[in-house]
Design a protein. Structure first.
Length: 334
């Protein structure tokens, strides 16, 4: 299949591109390189530098490459930034998203898989979090993802767009070639590993949460498992596949959480990282970070039932170990 991956030079995008390419799909990346890295795009995959929110660029790329399905990974995705510049998040994630949906409709591309987030649930009142639980985002980032999810739904209703929405929990780890290289880096695992590398001190945000050791608990999913789920989801958007709707539509998005249904506290993450790197990592306890729910654990039953997906790299040692290996190899120049 000819697949366009928006944001395919970013962390999740680039690792998923590797999996799609290995599975034999013809992959094209559309990325404006505002946060992505040119070096993350593997050989054999064409990079189009530009924005999915630019109607002209999008129309040309969809037509030129005869695209059949889109994997929409591109987005603004920093919670803190979204709170101080909501306009940018609405412009890119919602406004740009509508340009993408409309461009796909005009080009006759009726299949999409979307990278959404557990942030759409806000602070869930219980875990594990199932897909039916109320959507109540507590930041602009989550709100814009929820809004785009709804847009997909109405496009499915009106035009028979076939879609899968993945609500990611905490994605981590690396492939041999690609890993997480954000600037600024806000995520726990890269920050812990950077402290290990540079012999600097990292901060755990809060130890007074209602959890066994007082620090927040998260559900970490290996980026390779996430990529595998995207491969299965793209197959499920086939026009003959009843999972994404009846022939001719209307279609409802298939919505799946992606996590492993296991939780690790921030202290546990540091302890695992210390075992992986083979020495103590300097850390201190600081104040809570605004907007952090105490516990976020996914129910990932639906992805298993509907897509036949199962996490293969479930241990935190494996996840952190892959990220550490990637960093030791020099982050591919990033
Ligand atoms: N944390 C620290 N120190 C750091 C960085 C993070 O203690 O230097 C803590 C956070 O406070 C939180 C935990 O580590 O308790 C995980 O934080 P991350 O920033 O790594 O991830 P989040 O859980 O905040 O967010 C991630 C994604 C979001 C997604 C969310 C849903 O980045 O896009 O998971 O679960 F919405």
């Amino acid at each position: 299949m000819r697949v366009l991956v928006t944001g395919g030079a970013g962390y999740v995008g680039s690792t998923t591109v590797e999996t799609l390419h290995e599975a034999g799909h013809q992959v094209v990346v559309l990325d404006d390189l505002s946060t992505g890295h040119r070096e993350a795009v593997i050989d054999g995959v064409e990079l189009e530098v530009g924005s999915y929110g630019d109607a002209g660029t999008l129309a040309r790329v969809l037509d030129h490459h005869k695209i059949e399905a889109v994997l929409h990974c591109a987005a603004k995705s920093l919670v803190g930034e979204s709170m101080v510049d909501p306009a940018m998040y609405y412009r890119e994630n919602v406004g740009g998203g509508v340009v993408l949906l409309e461009g796909m409709r005009l080009a006759g591309v009726g299949r999409i898989v979307f990278s959404s987030t557990a942030s759409v649930y806000g602070i869930p009142d219980h875990t594990p979090v199932t897909e039916e639980m109320p959507l109540a985002p507590i930041n602009t980032y989550g709100e814009t993802k929820r809004t785009f999810e709804q847009g997909m739904r109405w496009y499915g209703n009106a035009y028979g767009l076939r879609s899968v929405i993945f609500r990611y929990f905490n994605v981590a780890g690396a492939t041999k070639r690609n890993g997480e290289a954000h600037s600024p880096e806000t995520h726990l695992i890269p920050n812990v590993l950077r402290a290990a590398e540079n012999d600097t001190e990292m901060t755990i945000f809060g130890d007074d949460f209602a959890t066994p050791d007082g620090t927040c608990v998260r559900d970490y999913i290996h980026v390779l498992d996430l990529a595998q789920a995207h491969l299965l989801a793209l197959e499920a958007t086939d026009p003959g596949d009843v999972r994404t709707g009846p022939a001719g539509g209307p279609c409802e998005p298939v919505i799946c959480n992606l996590g492993t249904s296991k939780g690790f506290s921030n202290r546990e993450v540091v302890a695992v990282a210390e075992r992986v790197v083979g020495h103590a990592i300097k850390h201190r306890i600081g104040p809570r970070r605004a907007g952090d729910p105490a516990v976020l654990i996914a129910s990932s039953a639906r992805a298993g039932e509907l897509l036949g997906w199962r996490a293969q790299h479930e241990t935190l040692e494996e996840i952190v170990g892959s990220a550490w290996e990637w960093r030791r190899r020099g982050h591919n120049g990033r």
